[in-house]
Design a protein around this ligand. Sequence first.
Ligand code: GDP
Ligand code: GDP
Length: 438
Amino acid sequence: MIMPTPVVAIVGRPNVGKSTIFNRIAGERISIVEDTPGVTRDRIYAQTEWLGRKFNLIDTGGIDIGDEPFLTQITEQAQIAIDEADAIIFVVSVKEGVTDADEKVARILYQTDKPVLLAVNKVDNPELRADVYDFYSLGFGDPIPIAGTHGIGTGDLLDKVVDTFPNDDSEDIDDSIKFSFIGRPNVGKSSLVNAILGENRVIVSNIEGTTRDAIDTKFEIEDGSEFTMIDTAGIRKRGKVYENTEKYSVLRAMRAIDRSDVVCVVLNAEEGIREQDKHVAGYAHEAGRAIIIVVNKWDTLKKDNKTMADFEAKIRQEFQYLSYAPIVFVSAKTKQRLDRLPELIQKVNKNHEQRISSAVLNDVVMDAIAHNPTPTVNGKRLRVYYATQVAVKPPTFVVFVNDPELMHFSYERFLENQIRDAFDFEGTPIHLIERKRK
Ligand code: GDP
Ligand code: GDP
C-alpha cells in the first residue's frame, strides 16, 4: 500500500491572508531547480515539510473560477479543499471579525469530516488576542491566532496540522513503476488510461489513497512487470464548475507528478502545441521526474512522410528543456503504438534510477576535460578534481572543483552532454552540482 503525501489546503474569503500564509509556510523551502520557460510563477501548490513530515500545500485562493460571482468563487474554492485535501486550514481575519463570507465558507466546511483548523490571521499584537474568541462561533473549535506577515503562530498552526496526519510508519514495499498521464483537458488522458488498461491485465484495481478521489490502478504487462497508473483525469467530478479551469487542471497535474516516477506529458496532435501544454510539462521537468512526450490523436492527421518529423521538430523547438524526453505518436482510439508505451516507461524509469560507479564516471569526465579544456575566468582556470553520483530519481552528480564560480553554464552543459553520450539517460533529467573541494 502506497502512503501518499498528505495534502493541506488553505481556504477563506479574499484578503484574509491566504497567499501570505502559503508563502510563509512554503516560501523558502521551495527550490526551483532550473528556470523553466513557460512556468507561471504565481504558485498555488508547493511541497514542503514541518518537523520532518512532508506535505503538499494548496492555496485555493489562487484558483480563480472564471467570471463567477464572488460567493461562487469562495464556495467553489472551499469545495476544492474538501475534494483535494486531507486537512484544511480555514483562514479568517481578526481585523474584520466574523463576516458573512466567513460563515458561508464555514457552512461548506461543515459538510466534511476532514480536519479543519481555524487560523485567525493578522493578530499582529497581543492586544488583538482578546478578539480571537469571537471566532468560536464558527464552530471549528479553538481558533489559532497567527500573523502571516510576521510568521507569528505559524509554528503552532503547523504542529496542529501535522498532528492530523496518519502515522507514517507504513513502508512502501510496492516496487511497481508509478506513472501518470498529464496534460490539459481534452488531450485524451482518460482515453489513454482506458486503452492501456484494456490491453493489459489489471491485478489490483482502485488502490484508494488518503484522499477519496485518488484512485490508482495496478496492472501487469505480458512479461510480468508491474505498473501503477496514478489517476489524474480518470476520476473526474463531472459537472463541477471548477473542473475546466486551467489552475485546477494544473493542480491535478502537479499532484499526479508528485506521486509518479514517470510522467507522460500528453499532447493533442489535432490541436497542436498550446501554451498550457508548456506549463504542465514545465512542472514535470522541475519536479525532476522521468518524462515521455506522448502525442495522442495521431489518427486525426492526414499524414505524409514528413508529418512525424515536422511534428517532432516543433516539439523540440517548443520544449527545449525536455530534449532528453522521448516522443511517441499514438492514438487512444485506434491503439496505434500504444503497446510500446509500457516498455518505454520501463526504460526511462530504469534510466531515472540508474547509478554510475565513480570510477566509470570519472573516466568519462576526465576524458571530456582532456578533449575540451576547462574555461578560465579572469586568468583563473576551472579545475575539476572528481565527480560522484549522490542521488537517483533523478540522477544527481556532484562535481568537486577549485571554485564553483568558474563553472560556466556552457561548460556544465558540455559535461552533461558527455555524460549523456556515455550512458543511457534518455527520458530523465540529470542534475550537476558544483562543490568547492575542501
Ligand atoms: P488572500 O487574498 O487571502 O490570499 O490574502 P493575501 O495574502 O493577499 O493578504 C491580503 C492582505 O492582508 C495583504 O495586504 C497582506 O499584506 C495582508 N496580511 C496578510 N497577513 C497579514 C498579517 O498577519 N497581518 C497584517 N496586518 N496584514 C496581513
Ligand atoms: P482528457 O480530458 O484529457 O481526459 O480527454 P478524454 O480522454 O476525455 O478525450 C477527449 C476527447 O478526445 C474525447 O471525445 C475522446 O473520445 C477523444 N479522443 C481521445 N483520444 C483520441 C484519439 O486517439 N483519437 C481521436 N480521434 N479522438 C480521441
